[in-house]
Design a binder for this molecule. Structure first.
Ligand SMILES: NC(=O)c1ccc[n+]([C@@H]2O[C@H](COP(=O)([O-])OP(=O)(O)OC[C@H]3O[C@@H](n4cnc5c(N)ncnc54)[C@H](O)[C@@H]3O)[C@@H](O)[C@H]2O)c1
Length: 335
């Protein structure tokens, strides 16, 4: 099999992780990198053996032979950059959130379809060991009827995280904390409990100079009937505290916790103990002064290549990822 040729567009905090993963992936070629910041992309090119670098996606698409374009740019640009890649006949792996509106997501899906390319969205937490265990228990119906869920995203983002960025904290480019920090969790909740059909939400901005919220609470009902409370904040003092999902079912209770959905903190399921040999080694992405969620981009990109070449399922495609954006629109409605 010929190796798939990838480019990365947007070479900031997570774009660098895409670059490192592609460089190390035996079945991929890192064929180009692109960022509007020329100094940044030039330095990365030097670090990665002189990989061709560009400051304009259009020029890159015209000049380099590519199979995939990975988009790791600000949220407000996901739709336009994805559509441009689709029109050039390239498959797309776009970072979460897929885009900032249902309208944009639909335009991306349409562009991929019209140009006969695939559109994938990064949801790397699905590869975390605790998430795989819980998915298996739920698929087997081990918790019986599902009643309630509590999801907590209690993280720290310092003011500099927003101040040093062109787009974070800005409504038109970031959207809100649901798009950035919480969309990982919403993806899992929808995967397990169905679409969000009802939400009553309060948001506030308490401790940052930003246009978006840094605190929120929502009471949610999913299409399965499961009720949930979603609690999110970037105001926790000094460091991240918790990223958790607790599930209350008729025949069992599970709490996935740690700071990044990286541990099972409680497991009491009738006739279905947690497999003893399980190890929890998922690490967070580390950005120096703050830590993000799981760094399983290597597993995701490896799975993407397998999926692409063998027609398997695993990495989320656009028609599934749009559900998170629809849920976010419902949760923010009327606030
Ligand atoms: N999956 C995850 O765990 C995870 C973690 C962090 C960030 N992200 C997502 O990745 C994306 C980027 O986030 P980040 O934290 O790396 O942001 P960042 O600000 O660190 O990097 C964004 C980069 O995009 C570049 N850029 C802006 N406009 C561009 C354009 N038109 N063409 C090419 N490059 C352009 C900027 O110069 C910058 O280098 C966001 O969607 C974010 O939500 C995902």
């Amino acid at each position: 099999m010929e190796k798939l040729r990838f480019a990365v567009v947007g070479c900031g905090s997570i774009g660098k992780r895409h670059i490192a993963v592609l460089d190390a992936e035996p079945d991929a070629v890192l064929a180009a990198i692109c960022d509007i910041d020329e100094a940044k992309v030039k330095e990365l090119s030097e670090l990665y053996g002189g990989v061709p670098y560009f400051t304009d996606i259009h020029k890159m698409l015209n000049e380099v032979e590519l199979d995939f374009v990975n988009i790791a740019a600000p949220h407000g640009l996901h739709a336009s950059l994805s559509i441009e890649a689709a029109k050039a006949g390239k498959h797309i792996l776009v970072e979460k959130p897929m885009a900032l509106s249902i309208k944009d997501c639909n335009a991306m899906i349409a562009a991929a379809k019209e140009n006969n390319v695939k559109l994938f969205v990064v949801k790397q937490n699905r590869f975390n060991a605790p998430i795989k265990l819980v998915k298996q228990a739920l698929d087997l119906g081990k918790l019986g009827k599902l009643f309630m869920v509590q999801c907590n995203v209690m993280w720290n983002r310092h003011q500099e995280y927003y101040d040093l960025s062109e787009w974070r904290g800005k409504l038109s480019l970031e959207g809100g904390a649901l798009h950035t920090q919480v969309s990982h969790f919403i993806d899992l909740l929808i995967w397990w409990f169905g679409d969000v059909v009802e939400a009553k939400t309060m948001i506030d901005t308490k401790n940052h100079q930003i246009e978006i919220e840094d605190c929120g609470i929502s009471a949610i009902r999913f299409s399965s009937g499961v009720m949930a409370s979603l609690f999110w904040t970037t105001c926790v003092y000094n460091q991240n505290l918790e990223g958790s999902i607790s599930i209350i079912g008729e025949k069992g209770t599970i709490k996935i916790g740690g700071k990044y959905l990286n541990k099972i903190e409680f497991w009491d399921v009738q006739s279905y103990p947690m497999p003893e040999e399980t190890t929890f080694e998922d690490l967070p992405n580390n950005y120096g002064k703050y830590q993000g969620t799981s760094s399983n981009h290597d597993k995701l990109i490896h799975s993407l290549i397998e999926q692409f070449t063998t027609n398997r399922k695993g990495v989320v495609e656009g028609d599934e990822a749009i559900k998170t954006i629809s849920a976010i629109e419902t949760i923010y409605q009327n606030v």
